[in-house]
Design a protein. Structure first.
Length: 182
């Protein structure tokens, strides 16, 4: 099997971490994979805040996944987080965004997150992309300016060992066609 397809196939959203820290050099490689991701007009509309300090990670998890956001409390046992901060687009991408009615920053962020999580998979690190967390409290803990948005964060760590079953995927013919929409 092709190495890239193998990584894509093996990547899962893990929701049971063992609590072990993630080596900083591996976190930096993951963030670098996000940094070099393509973006509309090369805007690179992101900043990645790597949170690996145990006290900061604990504080973040305590406020980000409390109350209504408790369904993601499993992430508190992740070894680290990469918090995605949305930054302004370049002028050309902003204009294109207005004409298309498409938020290119969200697409660009998704591409960067895919790069980060695939690099993590290659390094033997499990991940889960999280969109349900207390953004206001996350920004306060990490000193993120109020003018910025935090659309996603990625929990990274080492999953609790055990066999991973096959994913339930739609049949190929339901998700792709050649030369025309079918």
């Amino acid at each position: 099997m092709d190495p890239l397809i193998n990584s894509i196939t093996n990547r899962r959203s893990v929701r049971e971490f063992n609590g072990d820290p993630v080596e900083r050099h591996k976190l930096l490689l993951c963030a670098e994979a996000g940094r070099i991701a393509p973006s509309a007009c090369n805007s690179q509309p992101w900043k990645f805040v790597i949170v690996d300090d145990p006290a900061k990670k604990s504080s973040l998890a305590r406020v980000a996944f409390a109350g209504a956001y408790g369904m993601n409390s499993f992430a508190a046992r992740a070894g680290a987080f990469i918090v995605i901060v949305s930054e302004p687009l370049k002028m050309a991408a902003s204009i294109g965004q207005l004409f298309r009615g498409t938020d290119f920053r969200l697409m660009d962020t998704g591409i960067a997150c895919a790069h980060i999580t695939l690099q993590a998979t290659e390094l033997g690190i499990d991940s889960c992309i999280l969109g349900w967390f207390d953004e206001k409290k996350t920004k306060k803990i990490l000193h993120i300016p109020p003018t910025r948005n935090v659309p996603l964060m990625i929990a990274l760590g080492y999953g609790v060992t055990g066999p991973r079953g096959e994913r339930s995927l739609k049949p190929r013919e339901d998700t792709m066609s050649l030369n025309t929409y079918k």
